[in-house]
Design a protein around this ligand. Structure first.
Ligand SMILES: [Zn+2]
Length: 447
């Protein structure tokens, strides 16, 4: 009897860890993949980059360190902006994961390495957005990135475009494209804080999952997805070294080759390091707790012929967007798009798109940042065609307060910043009409 139950148990574990074999392109998933939009990705990287350095450490504890305090506020601003982005996307349960109790904030916290790490209640938070599955809601596919930054030297000066506004933009874009559709398994879009401080946020999220017996099918971690050596063909790198990742890596390799045959996906080139064997960055604790968790990023190009020893702007001031430049952080938006697309198809196949759920893309999609706003707000609109665009601002009674746009737009993307600071605080509605299609968006003006 005992023997039998052990065999049964082993069988169950086997089934839980099995990855599907995908041999044919699913046209619905292919069409979702093609909705990944370079302008949308780039605008998110630029937003985070323009906030400036976003370290999670609490330099505010030294009142004389004004630059440190400003950067600490940048970290909080990035966290709040991410939360708002998921709220705007809709169809997601959005919350902050408080990864340290109050009693452990503002004290030395030692998590994975022997780091001396400080957090406050405002920075000891990850941003989590959950899309509930229709058939297996308690099985989760996770796509994650960290949004904090780290700079070599002092002052801390890296805007962190490649490391890791790029991966964070990818996670947001996958949420934007997938969230209108139904999947059998749940998907967690996760942006971690404190990766650069002992990978604290992701480690404690993984710990939380383990403690609560959360069933995770696979974790895809996007970290540094925008640097490609000049004049070299694009390549995608992923980490297949940790033994727990063997099946996940095989699955990813097959899916990637099927959907993006022109861009090779290569396993980790860095044979020798511990990071190669144990997983890197935010994957570390997921792997430690026996969850398959794959790191995807340009930094894994180490040592490959003609590649680099590390991207030249890694943790440097020059980690900014500079398309086509050798000395830049993100130098290829095509690469950011390719990583985002491969992660998207791997997630969509693993979470299993509900057969009939694929809907026509909304003719207009709109992102407003920041929202709530106290001054200016940037509207980013995506259309399925060129056409005439009117935008009006209306009060809660539906009365038109002002016209923000009334012109023909000859591109499929419209990005413009409006000053709204002269308006009384309160809730307003935007009526956006493009080629006869109309949507209503809420905007809040606060002090
Ligand atoms: Zn990173």
């Amino acid at each position: 009897m005992k023997k039998h139950s052990i065999i049964l148990l082993l069988l169950c574990i086997q089934i839980a860890n099995a990855f599907p074999t995908i041999t044919e392109i699913n046209p619905a998933i292919d069409s979702l993949m093609n909705r990944v939009n370079i302008d949308s990705l780039e605008s998110k990287i630029r937003y985070l980059q323009n906030l400036g350095p976003r370290p999670a450490q609490t330099s505010h504890m030294n009142p004389n360190n004004t630059e440190g305090h400003k950067q600490y506020l940048n970290n909080i601003a990035a966290k709040n902006w991410l939360y708002q982005q998921y709220e705007n996307i809709g169809n997601l349960d959005v919350y902050f994961h408080h990864f340290l109790p109050e009693s452990q904030c503002d004290t030395i916290w030692n998590i994975v390495f022997n780091d001396t790490t400080f957090f406050t209640l405002d920075t000891a938070r990850n941003v989590v957005a959950v899309q509930i599955g229709t058939e297996f809601p308690d099985e989760y596919v996770i796509v994650c990135s960290h949004f904090d930054t780290y700079s070599n030297g002092s002052p801390l000066s890296t805007p962190g475009a490649d490391d890791n506004a790029s991966g964070t933009s990818g996670v947001l874009e996958i949420a934007r494209v997938l969230s209108p559709h139904s999947f059998k398994r749940s998907i967690i879009y996760l942006n971690n804080n404190g990766e650069e401080l002992g990978i604290s946020g992701a480690a404690l999220f993984a710990y939380y999952c383990k403690e609560n017996n959360i069933n995770i099918s696979g974790v895809f971690n996007l970290d540094m997805i925008g640097y490609n050596p000049i004049d070299m063909p694009l390549k995608i790198f992923y980490n297949d070294r940790p033994p727990i990742n063997k099946d996940l890596a095989k699955y990813f390799d097959e899916v990637s080759a099927l959907y993006l045959p022109d861009i090779p996906a290569l396993p980790n080139q860095d044979e020798d390091t511990n990071s190669g064997k144990q997983g890197m960055g935010d994957c570390f604790m997921f792997i430690k707790y026996d969850y398959p968790a794959m790191y995807m990023g340009d930094v894994l190009g180490y040592g490959l012929d003609g590649w680099f020893s590390a991207p030249p702007c890694y943790h440097q001031t020059c980690d900014t967007i500079g398309i086509g430049k050798e000395d830049a952080g993100v130098n290829s938006m095509e690469l950011v798009k390719a990583y985002t697309q491969t992660a998207l198809v791997a997630i969509a196949e693993l979470a299993e798109l509900d057969d009939n759920s694929i809907k026509e893309e909304k003719p207009i999609s709109c992102v407003i940042t920041p929202n709530p706003t106290s001054g200016t707000a940037t509207f980013t609109l995506y259309f399925d065609d060129v056409g005439h665009l009117t935008i009006t601002l209306n009060n809660v009674l539906g009365q038109e307060i002002m016209e923000l746009n009334n012109s023909f737009v000859d591109t499929k993307t419209f990005i413009k910043t409006f000053s709204l600071s002269h308006l009384p605080i309160g809730v307003y509605y935007l009526k956006i009409i493009h080629n006869g299609n109309a949507i209503i968006e809420k905007i809040v003006i606060e002090t």
